[in-house]
Write a protein that binds this ligand. Structure first.
Ligand code: DX5
Ligand code: ZN
Length: 215
């Protein structure tokens, strides 16, 4: 379970990071947006580096930016553990994934909801993680797009058939109900912003999304 920091109270960043860590988050999902690939701007390597200094949690960094190849080094230098690039913006996904792995970090590949698994099939053997977007990226709080579960099923079947081991992650509109359907389809890692950071109790929210009941 990877809470997405996008929905946190940024004025209390240090507290928010530590609170979800204490509440049992496995990863912290960091949404980097450039105002070009998506209609929103968030933060860059400076903030990733600041979070790295206050936490040891795995930093799952999702780059929603044009020309991701130019920013691989800065984000890895800042302390990203997982770096995920979009198939829509990468000029050479195989090469970008390799550049991340060469630095000893986990390489993620992602696709928007209007894509199909066929769009990532050639590059995904070089990825440690396949992130399936279940909303169009840019903003938190959107509704889950059901058709993306088909991509999850295809990704799980291809992994099995080819003897690959990438993790399948889903991002957007995740709540306890959509999380259950995503897990049933083969998802390993659930990202949720609103459903964690806007919940009264982070630990309860994380457990409910995991499908483990209340802690
Ligand atoms: C969407 C981001 C997501 C977002 C999820 O552009 O990639 O990580 O924060 O937010 P919720 O869980 O509110 O849909
Ligand atoms: Zn994200």
């Amino acid at each position: 379970m990877a809470p997405s920091l996008l929905a946190c109270d940024f004025a209390r960043l240090d507290n928010e990071v530590k609170a979800v860590e204490r509440a049992g988050a496995d990863f912290l999902h960091l949404d980097v947006m450039d105002g070009h690939f998506v209609n929103n701007i968030t933060f860059g390597p400076v903030l990733v580096e600041a979070i790295r200094r206050v936490s040891t949690i795995t930093l799952d960094t999702h780059l929603m930016i044009e020309n991701p190849d130019r920013y691989i080094s800065p984000f890895l230098d800042a302390g990203a553990d997982i770096l995920t690039i979009h198939i829509e913006t990468s000029h050479d996904a195989v090469c970008d994934l390799e550049a991340i792995r060469d630095r000893g970090r986990k390489a993620g590949l992602t696709l928007n909801p209007d894509r199909t698994f066929a769009d990532v099939r050639a590059a995904v053997p070089g990825a440690d993680l396949l992130l399936i977007m279940s909303v169009f990226p840019g903003f938190g709080g959107q509704s889950f797009i059901d058709s993306t579960l088909k991509t999850v099923e295809e990704a799980a079947a291809f992994r099995e058939q080819e003897g690959l081991s990438y993790a399948i992650e889903i991002d957007g509109g995740i709540n306890p109900e959509t999380a259950r359907r995503a897990r049933d389809a083969g998802v390993d890692i659930l990202v949720a912003g609103t459903a964690v950071f806007r919940a009264p109790d982070y630990a309860t929210a994380i457990q409910e999304i995991r499908g483990a009941g209340t802690p």
